[in-house]
Design a protein. Structure first.
Length: 66
């Protein structure tokens, strides 16, 4: 059985209520995966809120593996 990597991204909502923003399972740990995950999250937030989200380019070295 192959092993995957589970990623979760959480955010704070009004008054500090923690919510799950995104979860993903990937087969390979790479910068491309990070960029895809953050890009999809940005698209979803923009669609839901209708506002521009500050640009953020995630790099593999900026993310921590828990």
């Amino acid at each position: 059985m192959e092993e995957g990597q589970l990623y979760t991204i959480h955010g704070l909502y009004r008054g500090g209520f923690e919510v799950l923003l995104l979860f993903a399972v990937t087969w390979h740990k790479s910068e491309e995966n990070y960029l895809t995950m953050f890009g999809k999250m940005k698209e979803a937030v923009q669609a839901a809120v209708g506002q521009t989200v500050a640009k953020y380019r995630a790099r593999a070295k900026d993310c921590r593996r828990f």
